[in-house]
Design a protein around this ligand. Sequence first.
Ligand code: TRP
Ligand code: ZN
Length: 885
Amino acid sequence: MDIASRPSTPIENPETADAAVPPKAPAVIRREDYRAPDWFVPEIALDFALDLDATRVRATLEVRRNAQGSGDHTLRLNGDGIAARSVLVDGQVANDWRMDGLDLLIELSGDAHTVEIETLINPAANSQLMGLYASNGMLCTQCEAEGFRRIAFFPDRPDVLSTYKVHMEGDKARFPVLLSNGNCTATGEGTDGKHWAEWHDPWPKPCYLFALVAGELVANHDTFTTAGGRKVDLNIWVRPGDEGRTQHAMDSLIASLKWDEETFGREYDLDLFNIVAVSDFNMGAMENKGLNVFNTRYVLADPETATDADYDAVEGVIGHEYFHNWSGNRVTCRDWFQLSLKEGFTVLRDQLFSADMGSPAVKRIEDVRVLRSAQFPEDSGPLAHPIRPDSYQEISNFYTSTVYNKGAEVIRMMRSMAGPECFRAGTDLYFDRHDGEAATCEDFVKAIEDGTGLDLKQFRQWYSQAGTPQVKVRVDHEGDTATLRITQTVPVTPGQPVKQPMPIPLRVALFDRDSSEHRGEQLIVLDKAEDSFTFPGFARTPVLSINRGFTAPVAIDSDVPTADLVFLAANDDDPFARYEAMQSLVVQHLVAAVGGGMLCDAERQSGRDAIGRALAAILDDATLDDLMRGELMILPSEAYLAEQLAIADPGAIHAEREGLKAWLGRELEDRLAALHDRVSAVSYSRSAEARGARKLKTQALVYLAAGVPDEAAKRAATQYAAADNMTDRQGSLMVLCGLDTPAREEALADFRKRYDGNALVIDKWFSLQAGSLHPRVLDHIKALAQHPDFTLHNPNRVRALYMSAAVNPKAFHSGDGEGYRMIADLILALDPINAQTAARFVPPLGRWRRIEPQRSGMMRAELERIAAAPKLSRDTLEQVTKSLG
Ligand code: TRP
Ligand code: ZN
C-alpha cells in the first residue's frame, strides 16, 4: 500500500493532540449560517485493524460535488486530534491537501472522486469517551454529535448521508465478537490469531450513527416478526456473567417493536437488531443504526440489583433508542440546531410507550416532575435557550432538558390540540414526506399542519422563544356565569429581551361545589397576552381545575383558596390535577413560610393543618391504587420551591420543608405506621399492586424518619434485613443514610460487602450517601472521593457521587460554601479527562443570581475560579462564561 508523500506522525494520544492547537476565542456556530454541503459522500468503506492502543483506520470516501453547493473546489474533512498517515485521491498519492486547524482540506478538480485516508488512533488513551474508545477491554464507539471526526477525516455533519461498508480485523481471543451497523456480510480467519468481519448497512446515514463494537460479549437472543412478515434477530450483548440480567431489556425491546407498529405504524427495517451494554458511557444510550450502544444501567436489571424505578428506566430508554430508528435515523436532522426534531419527538414517543406499558397517570406525573425540577430551572437561568437553539459553541452542551423534555411537551401540545388520531395523520405524513432525508423542525411542524389541518403559524413561537410562560388565572362569578380571566407573560431570557404571546392549550374543568362534580372538561387555547372565557350555569363560584393532564408546559399562578385546593386534592377526577392540587397546597404554604414575610405561628399551624388533613385523606382513600397514592404523597422538591421565588434562601427552604415533613410524620405517625405494616406484608412481584406497596413502604419511612427518627430507624433496619429485592433494600438504606444511628453503618457495610464487584449497585452505595440528609453529609462525600472504588474515569461513578451531591441541597448549599468548592474542584479535575461530563456540573453553580446574597457570592467566586483556569475545554468554557455573563 502507498504511503503518503508527506511525512505526518501519527498522534498516539488523542487527548494531547488538542494541546497543539493554540487557544482561540471559541467560535460561535449560528443556525442562520446554515449552508448546504459542497460535497456529498454517497458511499464510504471503513477498514479497521483493531488494537487497544493503536487502531489503524482506512477510510475510502466516494465524494460527489453538490450541484446546489457554493461551487467551491475544496473538500473539507473534519478531524479532531487525528493526523493523516496517507492521503490518496483516485488511487494516487495526493499533494493537494493541507490542514486547517483540526480539519483536512483537499483541492479537487472534478465532480466525483475517491478519497482514501489512513489514520492511527489510540482507543485506550481516549478518556473523553467520544470516538473509538476502550471500556473494560472492549472497543466501542460513540459518534454523536461530533465523535466520528476523532476516528476518520469526514464531513462530520448530519446532512451528509452515506451507505457504510465496514471491514474490521482483530485478535480473536481479545475481540471474539465484531459488530457494526446493518448486516454481517462475511467473516473469516486471519493470520496470527486474528479474525475479521465485514458489515454492510444498506440505509444511508449520517456519520453520527456509525458504530463499531469489538470484544468478549455474550448475547441474549430472541426474534421478532414484523407486521410485514420480516423476521428480525434480536441480540442484547453484555459481558459474560451479566446475561442473567438482560431479560427485562429483551422484553422491553420486543414490546417497543410491537408498540411502534401499532401506535405510529412504524416497522423495523433490517434483519438484525443489536444492543450492546457498555460500562463507560457519557449518556444513557445511543441509537446507532441497527447497533444501539447502551450504558449498562439502562440494560441490566433483576430484582436483586435493580429497583422498580430502574426497571422503568430500562424500559423507557430501550423504547427511546428503538423509536429513534424512525424519528432520528430514517428521518434525521439537517443540522444540530434541529436536535429537538429527533429528541423531543422521541422523548414524547417513549413517554407514550411507557404510559401504555404501565399507569398513564403515574407516568404523566413523573414526567412533569422531571420537567419542573430540571427544565424549569434551566429555562429561568443563564443557560436558557429555545428548544431549537440559535447558536452554540459546543453542541454537547445542548443535549439538555429543554431540547429533550420541553421539546417533547411542545409536540405533545400539538397532539392535544389535534387529538391523537388526527395527530397520527400528521406524523404519517411527516415520515412519508421526509423518509431518507435530513429534515428541520420547520419540516416537522409543516407536516403536522398539513396532516392535521391545524393552523400552527403562531405555535411556531414555541420553537424560537425560551422561558417558561407564566400564566395568571382569576375566576370571576356574576349572575349564573363564571368567567376565567387569563393572562400570559413569557419571561425575558438571555438574548431574547422581547417576547410574543404563544398559543397555550389548557384543559379545564369547573367543579360545582354542591355536587362535587364538573360537567365535562374543555380544551381552551389562550393565544393572546390576555383573554377571558365564560362558562354559564353556575349558581355559585365553581372550583377551577386547570391545565389538567399538564397540557401546557407553563407555570400557573391561580390564587386558588386553600379550601379549594383541599377540595381538588380529595375530589378531582383527573389524576394529574389531583396531584397538582396537593403540590400547590404545599407550595403555597412553604413559599409563604420562606418568602415574603415570616408566617406567624398561627398561620404556619393553619397551613400545616390543611396539608395534614389532605395527606390524611390520601392515606385513607380506599379508591386510590398504591402507585398513585405514592405520587400524591411526594412533597415538591426544594429546586421547584426555589423556582417559585425571585431570590431563594436554600437554607430556609430546606429547614421549612423538613420541618413540615417532621410535623406530618409526628401528626400522622399512627396512620404511617399502619400503612408501613400493611404494605410490608405484600410479597415481591412485578405487579402494579406490589410495586405500589414497595413505593409506599419507603414513602412512609421518609415521613417517619423526619418526625419520629427512632421509630423510623427501627423500621428501616427491619425492612433492610427482610428485603428480598433492591427497591426495599435501597429505600430503607436511603432512609438510614440520613439518620445518625448505628444501624446506618451496619447497613452500609452489609450493602458494600453484598454487592462487591457489581458496579451499578456500588454506584447506588455512593449515590445514597452523597444524597443523604445526614448532618455530616459533606464529610461523607469527601471520604468517598478518596475511596479506592472511586474514579474520575467512569461517568456513572462520577455522577453517583458528585451529581447526587450537586442536587442534594443539604450538601450543595451548605452555608459555608464547601459544597460549591467541592463541585468546582471536581469540574477542574474532570475537565481534562472528560469535558462533556465536567460541563454538566456547571449549571448548578450557574443558579447564583437567584440565590440569597451570601451563598450567591460564593457560587459566583467558584465560577470565576473555574473561568480563570488555564486550558479549559470548549464545553466547560461555554457553560462557565454564559453562567457568569
Ligand atoms: N442520541 C442519544 C439519545 O438521546 C444521546 C447521546 C448518547 C449523546 N450519547 C451521546 C449525545 C453523547 C451527545 C454525546 O438517545
Ligand atoms: Zn434520543
